[in-house]
Design a protein. Sequence first.
Length: 475
Amino acid sequence: MADNPGFVQNEQQIDALHQRFEAQREAFVANPMPSADQRIAWLDSLKARLLSDQDELVRCISEDFGNRSADETLLAEMLPTVHGIRYTRKRLRRWMKPSRRHVGLPFMPASARVIYQPLGVVGIIVPWNYPLFLAIAPLVGALAAGNRVMLKLSEATPQTSQRLKDMLASIFPEDLVSVVLGEADVGMAFAKLPFDHLLFTGATSIGRHVMRAAAENLTPVTLELGGKSPAIVSSDVPLEHAAERIAFGKTLNAGQTCVAPDYVLVPRQRMEGFVDAYRRAVQRFYPQIEGNPDYTSIINARQRQRLLGYLDDARDKGAMVIPLAAECADRRMPHSLLLNVDDSMQVMQDEIFGPLLPVVPYDRLDDALAYIAARPRPLALYYFGYDRREQQHVLHHSHSGGVCLNDTLLHVAQDDMPFGGVGASGMGHYHGHEGFLTFSKAKGVLTKQRFNPARLIYPPYGKALQRLVYKLFIR
């Protein structure tokens, strides 16, 4: 193995990884409770550099994808990232204040409060599909909570990862924020470090390995996974409304979004109308895709081949595939609808993560909800219908990480709501205040001073006062 240059290089990377971790741990011990002013200064520096590097970041992301719409990067990455920093900065002092809690009468006089203490060293594993937002959003939460942070960036977006590494190194010392690059073996070594918290965003299959690695150190994890997020079209919503909003959520980033609608449930009698409305919406967004700078490419040849394999498998098993544009010579993959699908098809088993949309008929709303309930719980659920009773029925009879009523995706960008999965789609939350809490230890503190009436109930037991206490408070 020593004769293998690649092995030696990775071994050196892994050794460096452990050294960086120890440096961060030592730095945290030296400054375990950074002030609000320090944390705000970190956030201000980060925001200023993001804005100054904006054009270069957009360019790097586009080159990594083969083509990523500049507007999609601005809308889906820069906008929520910068807005999230502003939101956090404005509220951070309030979040850091200890919260007063009630003390029961038998334990008086005393006071109780909860203080929010940094955890220590936080690890963040970043996927390739939104390499800026999914790196910086959790970084903001971890820094706001006062932690040291290590980020493992994706090897599938090399230019963006290198640019972020250089950018963050110019703002923060390595014992505060450290960026790690490398292949899958470096990523697994990263997950095995004894972090005080580990956040992973990515595929469910990889999430299992990450959680297993973290368990060796009893490292708490936040897993943002994904799954097959359904959209339900009601029996009376205008099809143009539903189709346009679903099409936006599915075509953004060419469907390479963890909360993209993965399949659509449509009333059986409305199937033809939905297909027509959906086709019109997509073709209005993208009259052509060949050479269209607005249309994002599939990230790499391997992912494109995976999606083509879904199409071949579905056709072979009887699905009707409706392409909504002509084939391209590059990785801009045409959007397609799939009808007559069933559970034997791979496209109905795996998270699609691309511009393919199965359409499944249903007869009653409860049938659609039963279909969803029979499958692993998704990261998002979308319902299209304006009847408020039906909206409540869907909310009360479904489980998912988050919900949009009459829209898609946009719940993720709301800083005042938690974001996270449930069951197979993940665990834990972050964004906004929930991010601050995830990366903090809420430590309960009970305070008593000189006067201590509790000594009256100390042993030896059997005293009259003790019997009186039992009579008053145990009933």
